[in-house]
Structures are given as structure tokens and as C-alpha cells.
Design a protein around this ligand. Structure first.
Ligand SMILES: [Zn+2]
Ligand SMILES: [Zn+2]
Length: 238
């Protein structure tokens, strides 16, 4: 049968169009060609999520081998650049919640592939990075938790969006030095005892400097989490 007719029929049945090119999505919000063309971070260091040099050996960069990060792995699917930046911004500021599903499914696929490739045990629970309470009140939702819902559903892992909360609203981190950023976040997070002995995937939409995930990992470990993995849709490389 003519493939274009098949596409049209499937489209009508499913009603999915690709959110990037507008073409037939075949049951997905993103077509296969657009998904393939995204700025994937397939060969990034699994310790910090940054791209490794071409000459690197193994899956961790020299920096992570010398000073291992506090988390077991840092799995980051994509570079924070076009069109990933547009999708995340549209989710955050224009409340395009369909994009949470797209980003969540991309991250779930990536994390499943990586965990299998490097031989790590899947987490027991997904914990989204909490937002400042004032920002949740303004926006009405936490984008990391929205993305996390779809990651959790795709991988059949529970998400606990209340396990870690911001107990102190902190000023924005932009423009601060590394030491100021660390100080800014001191005592900002509280973790529930329910995470004791659990393997946790701490989930964020974008990692910039990594100060936030370092601070929350420390709080999770203090609360007795057995292991912390960091999962993020994107990493800003600026
Ligand atoms: Zn497309
Ligand atoms: Zn590294």
C-alpha cells in the first residue's frame, strides 16, 4: 500500500504530529528523523555528564577519575541547545505540558540504554529536583516533576515528588562564584526518611554548573539514601 496513505490513516487514528517538523508522528509526539537529529550526548562522561575528549579511554573523564563525584553516575541525554532549549523553555514558561511527555520519554530511553551499557542497577525511586516554593506558586508546577512523571511511567519506577523539598528559598545562582553558589544552597533542602536505604535517581531538566545536584546528593546521602544517580534531560555547556 502507498506509504503516504498509511501515514494519513495512522495520523487520523492517532492524531499525533511531530512537534518539531509537523510531519506524521506515527504514534509519537516526535518523528524518528527529528529524534535522531537531536544533539545527543551519547559519548559524555558518565561521572559528570560533560562531553569527553576524543582521546578519552573508558566512560569517565580524567577529572571524574581523579575526584569521583558524590553521585554514582550522571546520565545526561542532550546538549542544552536548539531545539532542546526551545522545548524546555516552552514547557517552563508557556506551560506546554505535551513537551514534558516528549522530554520524559527521550530521557527514559536514554537512561535505560545507558544503565544497560554500563551495567548499573535501575533506581527504586525517582526524585525530581525541587523548585523554590515561590516559583512553583508562580508557575503552578515543577517542570522536573512533570518530566519525571513520564520517565517513571516509561521505566515502571515510582516517582516521589515530595521526598525532597526546598525548605529555604534561595536567590538565583546566576552570576555567583562556585563558592557563593555552594553557600547559597547550604541547608536549602530537606529529605524525608522514606528514602533510607533506597537507590535514588535525582531528576533535573537542565544541569548548568552542577552545584544544585551536588547539594541535593549530599542531602540525600545524609538522609540515608543508599545510592544517588543524577538523570537530566539536558546539560548546558556554557
Ligand atoms: Zn519531525
Ligand atoms: Zn566526568
Amino acid at each position: 500500500m502507498n506509504i503516504r496513505i498509511v501515514d494519513r490513516v495512522l495520523d487520523r487514528l492517532w492524531g499525533f504530529r511531530c512537534i518539531l517538523c509537523g510531519g506524521p508522528g506515527r504514534g509519537q509526539d516526535l518523528c524518528a528523523a527529528c529524534a535522531r537529529d537531536l544533539p545527543w550526548l551519547d559519548s559524555a562522561c558518565v561521572g559528570c555528564g560533560l562531553p569527553r575528549l576524543a582521546k578519552a579511554v573508558g566512560n569517565r573523564c580524567p577529572g571524574c577519575l581523579a575526584t569521583p563525584p558524590p553521585f554514582a553516575v550522571c546520565l545526561v541525554a542532550l546538549r542544552y541547545e536548539y531545539p532542546v532549549d526551545r522545548l524546555i523553555t516552552a514547557l517552563k514558561y508557556r506551560q506546554q505540558l505535551t513537551y514534558a511527555r516528549v522530554l520524559g520519554e527521550l530521557l527514559a530511553d536514554f537512561a535505560a540504554r545507558k544503565m544497560c551499557a554500563i551495567g548499573i542497577t535501575p533506581p527504586d525511586v525517582i526524585v525530581p529536583v525541587p523548585l523554590n516554593r515561590r516559583r512553583v506558586a508562580d508557575r503552578g508546577f515543577n517542570q522536573a516533576a512533570e518530566i519525571g512523571r513520564f520517565v517513571a511511567a516509561a521505566l515502571n519506577v515510582k516517582q516521589d515528588a515530595r521526598a525532597c523539598e526546598r525548605v529555604r528559598d534561595t536567590p538565583p545562582q546566576t552570576g555567583l562564584t562556585a563558592e557563593q553558589r555552594r553557600r547559597n544552597l547550604r541547608g536549602a533542602f530537606a529529605v524525608r526518611p522514606s528514602l533510607k536505604g533506597r537507590r535514588v535517581a535525582l531528576l533535573d531538566d537542565v544541569i548548568t554548573t552542577g552545584t544544585t545536584v551536588h547539594a541535593i546528593t549530599a542531602a540525600l546521602r545524609r538522609a540515608g539514601a543508599m545510592e544517588v544517580q543524577v538523570w537530566s534531560v539536558a546539560r548546558s555547556l556554557l
